[in-house]
Design a protein around this ligand. Sequence first.
Ligand code: MLZ
Length: 265
Amino acid sequence: NLCPFAWEDYLAETRSVAAPPVCFKQHAVPPTNEFHCGVKLEAQDPRNLTSTCIATVVAIIGPRLRLRLDGSDNKNDFWRLVDSNDIHPIGHCESNGGMLQPPLGFRMNASSWRTFLLKTLSGAETAPSRYFKKEPSSPRYNMFRIGQKLEAVDRKNPHLICAATVGAVNNDSIFVTFDGWKGAFDYWCRYDSRDIFPVGFCAMVGHPLQPPGQKFALASGSRFKSRVLSVPPPPPLQFISTGVEKMPSEVGKLSISSLDLGAKT
Ligand code: MLZ
């Protein structure tokens, strides 16, 4: 399909609505990204949240930074927004009485940490505090509704932001379902997660948006079964001809919502 993905058409086609921007913990006007590759900052170790570590920016997409912890390998990169509360300029940790820690899986002997730290910071380009943008305030409560569309980080492929739907709502959490991926990437998150964005966010910040996949069945157990599908899923196995043919009129009575979509494919 050579047509670029257009939310407007997709919302009409799926007869769905976008979750209103007030639902999200994101600035109405996304922050500008002044970082560049190679600059160093302090970041919480995502695998050990009590540790503040040195990180280097290794890639940038829109307002997002791909970070690699100094002294770690290149297999544990992670992404943060420039207005994330868990990144800070170098010096922030110590000025708050903390001590910089080696990342989980530090490549060297723990005893060489101080030396490593001095070396990694000497002559390094550090990100000035103006690069770090104020974290948006959190909505006061969970305002999401089942069926609303949004853009969400694919946590298995965290460089991707994809078209998604609120599949369920439970207290302070929502179930993010990725359109057209049969549930394989779906996850629960808090309503104030920084990994979810209003429809139009990617277009606004110049971040690629992964359009819906082509796997149009729904996750089993998904409570959202009324989605209007532009391409109907293939019928489940039990409806495929067994030699005893059904009359077309009977077949026509099956509605998509009555099928056990995505159970076995
Ligand atoms: N390479 C992967 C990407 C899937 C991304 C899905 N995002 C919701 C695949 O094609 O399976």
